[in-house]
Design a protein around this ligand. Structure first.
Ligand code: KDG
Length: 318
């Protein structure tokens, strides 16, 4: 039985050396990156049995994605191979003050946008303890939105806990489109992760993190709501109880994938029998640790996280 199955798009990320610009760089570093596979990588590296599925072109580029994920211990047997569509790419120019980080997507018509429910090994979804995707997946195509809804419903009906991060991406849809997309899926979601910023921008939820969590849980009947607040830490609401967690200090080398590492750390601890407070603590420590590492994924071990938690106690709430 798999602990965790995640699904969504994984792209190849191309980034010029630091200090160079996309329009003039001659070299690009290539790595696989995608919100949902980033979560699977963190969980796998923290000792959980994690799988990821998607649809990829049967090409050297698609095989590269799978090869990288496997190298982190993520099972990819559920990947659907395709002969007609392409591999999504994204370009990342790292910012340096005052120049902001720039992300350019080149992902239109990627194979994953054509993924249909009938192509998926749904038994693998039913057999998992937790099934996770994020708000990026339904934003990619109407087909993928319908597939996302089916998969979450199948999982929930089978007793698999469904988890979802809003992960709002302004380059994929407008706040109104995203709000409608999320609301269509909310009934099929047990555990919601939401950046407070996304809850406000897309769902119009203002107020403090606790009232945002309580409002969402009451309106959509989520089992657990986890609200992240960047440097202000995070908060979870489960069974009416509130848990708060500060951030662990870290020098930021690469912030991309921090939110995914947070979710991966949370789910890894939860799947290991941790309670909500422990899971939130691992989430925060894994997120901080990720910021020190180049690339989308948290190249981390359980010992790394134990050390962060032991050295810094409960985290610093700011
Ligand atoms: O959370 C990190 C993701 O934003 C990155 O992996 C790229 O999946 C990606 C996306 O769609 O933005």
């Amino acid at each position: 039985m798999t602990d965790l199955v995640t699904f969504g798009e994984t792209m190849l990320r191309l980034s010029p050396p630091r200090g160079e610009r996309l329009e003039t760089a001659r070299e690009f570093e290539v790595q696989a990156g995608g919100a949902e596979s980033n979560v699977a990588v963190a969980a796998a590296r923290l000792g959980r049995d994690a799988a990821w599925f998607s649809k990829l072109p049967d090409s050297p580029l698609g095989r590269r994605v799978v090869g990288e994920l496997r190298s982190h211990g993520v099972a990819t047997d559920g990947v659907v191979w395709d002969d007609e569509h392409r591999q999504g790419l994204y370009y990342l120019e790292h910012g340096v003050e005052p120049r902001p980080t720039n992300v350019v997507y080149d992902r239109a018509d990627a194979a994953v946008t054509t993924l249909e429910t009938g192509e998926i090994d749904l038994d693998a979804v039913r057999d998992a303890d937790v099934c996770y995707t994020s708000g990026i997946t339904p934003a990619l195509s109407t087909t993928l939105h319908a597939t996302t809804k089916d998969v979450l419903e199948v999982a929930q009906e089978a007793g698999t806990t469904t988890a979802f991060d809003l992960n709002y991406r302004t380059k994929l849809w407008t706040p109104d489109e995203a709000a409608a997309g999320y609301r269509d899926l909310f009934d099929a979601i047990d555990v919601l992760f939401a950046a407070q910023r996304d809850a406000e921008t897309v769902l119009g939820r203002d107020g403090d993190a606790e009232s945002v969590a309580r409002g969402l849980a009451a309106d959509y009947d989520f089992e657990t709501v986890v609200v992240t607040r960047g440097a202000e830490g995070s908060l979870a609401l489960a069974d009416g109880d509130v848990y708060e967690q500060g951030v662990y200090e870290a020098e930021t080398h690469d912030a991309i994938g921090t939110g995914d590492a947070f979710v991966g750390g949370y789910l890894a601890k939860h799947l290991d029998g941790g309670d909500v407070a422990d899971s939130l603590q691992w989430a925060s420590a894994t997120a901080s640790f990720k910021r020190t590492i180049e690339g989308d994924v948290a190249v981390v071990t359980p010992e790394d996280i134990e050390r962060v938690v032991a050295d810094e106690g409960d985290g610093i709430s700011r």
